[in-house]
Design a protein. Structure first.
Length: 125
């Protein structure tokens, strides 16, 4: 059975059927027989189905995915996950002010082209 590697700073949102998690950080990512990776930022989306009690790594997605994946925020609206903010390691040197959308049924990422004034780049909000 697969499940997400332990992490902090990930974001979560849920609908009636699934819990979704994206991103996060682990200071030492260790996989058996592989050299450890330090300060690992995860760029992966997982879903947990409440009915089947199973995790799925949503690795067959397409489009532009967020890079600053620690301490971002996520909300869900209908078929869409909306993500904002986030940072990469070292913390705060590169933060994100973009809004990304993930279309759940289409398995497609996109960076929204927002108009007007936007808030400054943030993480941990």
């Amino acid at each position: 059975e697969i499940s997400p590697y332990p992490r902090s700073g990930h974001c979560c949102a849920a609908d009636d059927s699934n819990l979704y998690i994206y991103g996060g950080y682990n200071p030492v990512y260790e996989v058996r027989n592989v050299k450890p990776v330090y300060n690992k930022l995860f760029r992966e989306l997982w879903s947990y189905n409440f009915s089947t009690c199973t995790w799925t790594l949503e690795n067959d997605t397409n489009g532009e995915i967020p890079e600053e994946t620690a301490s971002m925020s996520m909300a869900i609206s209908g078929n869409c996950l909306l993500l904002f903010g986030g940072t990469s390691f070292p913390w705060g040197e590169k933060s994100n002010k973009d809004v990304y959308v993930y279309l759940i049924k289409q398995k497609k990422w996109d960076k929204l082209q927002c108009i007007g004034d936007s808030p400054p780049a943030k993480y941990g909000q």
